[in-house]
Ligand binder design. Structure first.
Ligand code: GLT
Ligand code: MN
Ligand code: MN
Length: 394
């Protein structure tokens, strides 16, 4: 029986804003006292996490003086050194301050757009200083409630200009290189909340947008379980598309009911089966980035329960990883898969790249269409085996 203790090689990370969430929501006040960044680092070390990520203002308040900043950063560095916790990712808060009420890079106000660049350059400096290799862009306010006053074409151009500007900033400062080594950007899509509609609302939309940038090799995605799920989409399929394009730079793991507000629940808390297929995919393809839990403990939790929440995220991942290994080693499951994907070789001559002769031969071939249509697939049997595996009776 495996032991489900998190280890550095699992690359489990949490944001300062996740375990540090004080439980404020649109209907209620905070329920937990705020922890300092140093206390959060120690909490993460206690539960066995590998890394901590942050927004600039999770660490340094937006109105801190330079000397306050320096003190906060040096205390934080000491906590990292004392605990061995690392900082793999950093990001910018471009959504909390009232200045960003109409967005940041896509605000209609050119002063806000310039301020967003200014704030992000400082935040990139901070992230790099603390060791971050991935820089996330989540455009929570980049959108509209009404399309009456904001042109989506202009907004898209502004967003592109901002990312091009910031890519050059990274290159100019030697933080990253044009071959994609060093600091990289990861774009995180979300369909709505806090805006009525957010631009580039899915991971697929982000993947298309990335190819229009000046330095696409420096830019990938940071898909979040909750965000595709809110929209009723299949998260795994988006992750697979990102992986196929070499763009899965980071991933935000949590859980979410379809059609609900952004719940950010503990990983595996809602849909264990989807969580299983996701873990199996990440492990099978050899994803080696952070497994970042962008999740929040229930508002009912105290800090003991917050620790249980964080441990639960990691433990569920490791249990599902073990289940994925079992799936791959299960002879009955593998026999069904072999049956499903069986290939008698008779189509070999038609496979692969286009050739004129191949196309002509394929056009001339006579298929037994009724026989193709008679063939059933044992997906019911296979899926039931998956259910029994997950229920622990296999
Ligand atoms: C915010 C959001 C997350 C993003 C974070 C990064 S902040 O909590 O809901 O999905 O990943 O900006
Ligand atoms: Mn979310
Ligand atoms: Mn996220």
């Amino acid at each position: 029986m495996a032991n489900y203790t998190p280890k550095p090689e699992h690359k489990f990370t949490f944001g300062l804003w996740t375990v540090g969430n004080i439980g404020r929501d649109p209907f209620g006040e905070p329920v937990r006292p705020a922890l300092s960044p140093v206390e959060i680092v120690h909490l993460l070390a206690e539960v066995g996490a590998w890394g901590v990520n942050f927004h600039d203002n999770d660490l340094v308040p937006i109105d801190a003086t330079p000397s306050q900043r320096d003190k906060i950063v040096s205390d934080f560095k000491k906590a990292l050194a004392d605990t061995g916790i690392v900082v793999p990712m950093a990001t910018t808060n471009l959504f909390s301050d009232p200045a960003f009420r109409d967005g940041a890079f896509t605000s209609n106000d050119p002063k806000v757009r310039a301020y967003a660049l200014h704030k992000t350059m400082h935040a990139i400096d901070l992230g790099v200083e603390l060791g971050a290799k991935i820089y996330v862009f989540w455009g929570g306010r980049e959108g509209t409630e009404t399309d009456a006053g904001k042109n989506p074409l202009e907004a898209g151009k502004w967003f592109r200009e901002a990312l091009n500007f910031l890519s050059e900033y990274v290159l100019d400062n030697g933080y990253g290189a044009a071959d994609g080594s060093g600091l990289k950007f990861a774009l995180e899509a979300k369909p709505n909340e806090p805006r009525g509609d957010i631009y580039l609302s899915t991971t697929g939309a982000m993947l298309g947008f990335i190819e229009t940038l000046d330095h696409p090799e420096m830019v990938g995605v940071n898909p979040e379980v909750a965000h595709e799920t809110m929209a009723g989409l299949n998260f795994l399929h988006h992750v697979a598309q990102a992986w196929d394009r070499g763009k899965l730079f980071h991933i935000d793991l949590n859980d979410q009911g379809i059609g609900r507000y952004d719940q950010d629940f503990r990983f595996g808390a809602v849909n264990l089966k989807s969580a299983f297929f996701l873990v199996k995919f990440l492990e099978d393809v050899g994803y080696d980035g952070s497994r970042h839990f962008d999740a929040h403990a229930y508002r009912t939790a105290d800090y003991e329960d917050v620790k249980a929440f964080a441990r639960g995220c990691m433990r569920t991942y490791l249990i599902l990883k073990e289940k994925a290994e079992q799936f791959n080693a299960d002879s009955e499951i593998q026999a069904l898969l072999a049956e499903i994907t069986a290939d008698d070789g008779s189509m070999d001559g038609f496979k692969g790249a286009y050739l004129a002769e191949k196309a002509a031969a394929l056009k001339a071939y006579t298929f037994d269409r009724p026989a193709l249509g008679r063939r059933g697939q044992p997906y019911e049997r296979l899926d039931q085996l998956v259910v029994e595996l997950l229920l622990g009776v296999r």
